[in-house]
Design a protein around this ligand. Structure first.
Ligand SMILES: C[S@@+](CC[C@H](N)C(=O)[O-])C[C@H]1O[C@@H](n2cnc3c(N)ncnc32)[C@H](O)[C@@H]1O
Length: 203
């Protein structure tokens, strides 16, 4: 992934997408304080928007140090230094103690996880009792998607449909019921709508 390019787009033309999902996460989870982990955060776009509308402390977690350097920079730019931290690692072995996070979010990272069942088991391990997740992918509502594409056209920027499909289309097509049940997770809801697929687990 070209972090520089992804970061530029995410902080500008794609920003409405993250604002939309942050509001959705707040509405669906109702978790507005405590600790949040943004998994596969890249430059932190989703978690930053969520921090702006809640009192959550957000840890940006990613495999890529280059991506986390962007998240650290954006925390300063958005005047949210006290409200965030960065953490390098792999979702298949999250370097955190059991039951430490109130909310665990992730957008567009799941299709890259080599063993999603193991990753979900890890997420569930780190989730606090009473905590919840919002893990999935989507390109916003059809209206937001259209607006972003129009803005990109005006900027003379190409839409990488293959990458978008991997992250938010075919890459998300899995039997999540079977996957979650295979690791003993039974308390969950899968939200499927025109704005993507989102898995809300409860503990
Ligand atoms: C397409 S980006 C999504 C970034 C951001 N969440 C967003 O919504 O724009 C996927 C991110 O997931 C990260 N990632 C992929 N596999 C991972 C893993 N096993 N553990 C942690 N992060 C991972 C990548 O480094 C990348 O930053």
């Amino acid at each position: 992934m070209d972090v520089e390019h992804y970061d530029e787009q995410s902080r500008t033309v794609k920003r409405p997408l993250y604002e939309y999902y942050a509001n959705k996460i707040k509405t669906y989870t109702n978790v507005t304080e405590g600790k949040c982990l943004d998994i596969g955060s890249c430059g932190g776009y989703l978690g930053l928007e969520l921090a702006k509308i809640t009192r959550l402390h957000v840890t940006f977690f990613d495999l890529s140090q280059e991506a986390l350097d962007k998240a650290a920079l954006h925390l300063i730019e958005d005047d949210l230094e006290e409200r965030g931290a960065i953490l390098l690692g792999d979702v298949h072995a999250i370097p955190l103690e059991n039951e430490t996070m109130d909310l665990m979010i992730s957008r567009g990272s799941l299709p890259f996880w080599e063993e999603p069942a193991l990753a979900f088991k890890e997420i569930y391990r780190v989730l606090k009792k009473g905590g919840t997740t919002f893990v999935g992918g989507g390109k916003g509502t059809p209206e937001i998607k259209e607006q972003i594409e129009e803005n990109m056209r005006q900027r003379g920027q190409e839409i990488d449909r293959e990458a978008m499909n991997k992250m938010h289309g075919d890459g998300m097509k899995r039997d999540y019921d079977a996957l979650l049940k295979s690791v003993g997770i039974v308390d969950y809801v899968i939200h499927r709508a025109d704005d993507g697929i989102w898995i809300q687990m409860h503990k």
